[in-house]
Write a protein that binds this ligand. Sequence first.
Ligand code: MSP
Length: 509
Amino acid sequence: MKFYITTPIYYVNGAPHIGHAYTTVAADVLARWKRLEGHEVFFLTGTDEHGQKVEKAAAAAGLDPQSFTDRVAEQFREMTAWMGASNDDFIRTTEPRHKRACAALWQRLAERGEIYLGEYEGWYAVRDEAFYAESELVEGPGGTRLAPSGAPVEWVGEPSYFFRLSAWQDRLLAFYDAHPDFVAPTSRRNEVVSFVKAGLTDLSISRTSFRWGVPVPGDPAHVMYVWLDALTNYITAAGFPDERDELWHFWPADLHLVGKDIIRFHAIYWPAFLMAAGLAPPKRVFANGWWTVEGEKMSKSLGNVIDPHELVTRYGLDAVRYFLLREVPFGNDGSLSHRALINRMNVELANDLGNLAQRSLSLLARHCAASLPALAPPTAEDSALLSAAAALPARVSEALDRVAFSEALEEVWKIVRAANAYIDHQAPWALRSSDPPRMAAVLRVLADALRVVATVLQPFMPGSMGRMLDQLGVPANARDLAALATPLPAGMALPAPQAVFPRFVEDAA
Ligand code: MSP
């Protein structure tokens, strides 16, 4: 089966931070997991480069928007690589293929009578690139008016094309009814449904007061509203408007991962645009929560913005990936704390998993002539561990289908803890003199349990789990879930063991 997953495309008004890296890693884990399951995966990420917000950032940097976006987009491309993302494409909205797709989508909407020319008068927040109704505004300091997000708003009055969003209210509600899983988590679904029930007004989809955008076909005085442009990236990358493109079969996307702040665009505007154009809406939109830093909002003014590259340099990529997905249930907000990260590294990675592997592998190296022992008829305890391990992939799969990363990891750690209890109880080091065949049998059970654990953890920690599978002698072409059904041959040579997760020792300085 095919699986198409996306991250939001990131605004290039500033450097990447941990909030961006977070969604990229989450999407990467799902993409890798689906590949491990044998699906045909298309994983897309990229940058959102038009609009006033980016135009202003370029001006502030003293650059023309194209040179500015070229520069910042490169930083996002690098972030994608540092975070170990296995994306199949990286889209930039300034690319010709994307402008072509935007124009084609616009034309389809226009041909179907979904667009009309009018005059927009109302509030706009550049920081959110969003229009707000008077009733949505909140009071800021000194009686100023702010967007509900806290962003400043300005009054805009200009000719504008509109999308007949109001006409889609009932059809959207029917769509949410028919697809109860379309928006998740449930709190976000409720938010979306009540927003739509409260009544939709037509949406302004073009601007005339600045130039940095995709020109409206046939009326170049207008540029397209940046959200119409941005959302279109998901079909551009699948080959739109060429429905014979070899990638088009990936549409509709199976999952858009987005931040909770941009759920309205993805769960209301986007399916409405698509249905209005006669295209299928995505299957699911899942909103993640926001990270604070040691409990404080991340902001340039507080100087606490976390650069993902620094974090990775300090702690290592896999530890950061693990922490981000283990620390908070996906969908909830979380606080990034160095103490919590170090704790998880030392307890769960170095101790629980790292030591288990190290102990098992060094006993195999020393006392089994560095080769894999044969499977012996299992005792009740052997069977209990082996059958729990065998059931693990299905449990992880079930959790990941719910986008519940932390639950998936908890399932893995149940096996890791069970294997630790098993090794302590069996004490293979003591069997060495009393019962060498039993020692070998115990080590084989441990190697098999570790193989399952390392296999299912690959999407989360590709580098270190690759090394663990190397040490377990698992051939590179036998690391997907299907390969677990075939036992490794007895007598297979095992390479010298090496610690996979060193303890993190804090600098005394
Ligand atoms: N360009 C739009 C998305 C267009 S998608 C068609 C955008 N870009 S953004 O760069 O501002 O944000 C991208 C993502 O980063 C959003 O999903 C947002 O929720 C996420 N995050 C930004 N700050 C964050 C945290 N502090 N924590 C977690 N995620 C955060 O919106």
